[in-house]
Design a protein around this ligand. Sequence first.
Ligand SMILES: Nc1ncnc2c1ncn2[C@@H]1O[C@H](COP(=O)(O)OP(=O)(O)OP(=O)(O)O)[C@@H](O)[C@H]1O
Ligand SMILES: [Mg+2]
Length: 509
Amino acid sequence: MATILSMKDITKTFPGVKALDNVNLEVEQGEIHALVGENGAGKSTLMKVLSGVHPHNSYSGDIFFQGKKCEFKNINESEELGIVIIHQELALIPELSIAENVFLGNEQSNKGVINWHETVEKTKALLHKVGLPIDPQVLIKHIGVGKQQLVEIAKALSKEVKLLILDEPTAALNEEDSENLLNLLIEFKKQGITSILISHKLKELMAVVDTITILRDGKTIETLSMEKDGVTEQRIIKGMVGRDLRDLYPERISQPGDTVLEVKDWKVFDPENPHQQIIHNADFYVRKGEIVGIAGLMGAGRTELAMSVFGKSYGRNISGKIYKDGKEIQIENVNQAIENGLAYVSEDRKKYGLILNDSVRKNLSLSNLFRISQRAILNKHEEVKQAETLKTSMNIKTPNIEQKTINLSGGNQQKVVLGKWIFTDPDVLILDEPTRGIDVGAKNEIYKKINDLALEGKGILMISSELPELLGMCDRIYTLAEGVITGEVNKQEADQEKLMTYMTRSRRS
Ligand SMILES: Nc1ncnc2c1ncn2[C@@H]1O[C@H](COP(=O)(O)OP(=O)(O)OP(=O)(O)O)[C@@H](O)[C@H]1O
Ligand SMILES: [Mg+2]
């Protein structure tokens, strides 16, 4: 096999951070090559160096692609050679249609006039290739993140791609969609396209890749061949974390107390289409000290349920009752939700979680939330103290708390979101995909944190697409299908199969 890509002694520094320290990466023609490492290990940075996002001269070291030395000044230059990167943070424009997004910057035009018909037809064909049979004229904002990910891939295919780089493409996807996407990579491989795949989901990654390169603290630890080296998950984890990690899900003795939150007969309608009911008569409760899961396929309404309860931040014509510690309460908006002791950690950290241009300190601090809830502002001294405490306890990797949040690695941004809400000292913490894009070591830290909160007597409601995570953490799990709670399973009797059965139970059957 020939080497398609060789990155030699790449070093890249940011103020206060050596993100890459003499990294070497060799990728063979036609293979699927995984890049793994803890949050902040330097994976995304390495790929940004490769694709010219970080231009030549902003790093040291050499890049050879198909034998030729490359000095990309921008992303266009790498794309011209067929290197296409799909970033960790999706870059689609919500207000534009799928077709417009796919051909953005690459318009199908004739003498300056955009050929709309051609754009739509070509997009249709590309969507077909990625297994997404929907109308190309649908707006991006109307499809879920999973589908958006496929649109990004369709967009990559619209260019002549030789090396496809996917930075955590399945982080936001459920198992079925992830599997489709990974099968797609195998399909591409047959067509001779080489891929580099970054993922924290080691199991699924091991199932499709040929080679794995492990980064730790900006350094290459090793490159393993799946075939030759008999790679196990433990081995990869050890390489990433630098130590053995036995139990991902820490032990917890569960002693649920009184019911802290109860929701009855909850109905929610689509904000755009008032006739469409999204949540149907949901009844559920969470006890003090209890971790309760919500399992469901993409589109089942999990986030919609959580957000509608959290101050009606989703939906319209919402009806039903909410009881807190046995008393009925009225929650009309997010302020009131916070005042009533609820906190919601969102799956979309950009939209609902963070102000990326603000410092870690500001994002972690209560003053940020008080801005939302319009109360007084904390004094700076207190803010610094609390931010430092959280930085340490959440193990947030940043040179200092004044760093802009946008400069943190994806997983560390997620820890800031979680930290920020823990800060509000809620009675009920709703976690929506809390460990999305988080490395195994940090996941373990976050699970411990969640367990601690439960031990303190807080009620935890946890939404996750990863069934092993729900099974590992929850005392009780509700299943949701098409906006209907279709099942409730206790820890003792829960397994993947049972959950899947309930998750796919249609209300029409
Ligand atoms: N633009 C930037 N300015 C300052 N520091 C940065 C910038 N981009 C990345 N870093 C820092 O470089 C290091 C590597 O970050 P990178 O995003 O490459 O990590 P990663 O391996 O992709 O992690 P994750 O799994 O969390 O996405 C981190 O410490 C990060 O904070
Ligand atoms: Mg990254």
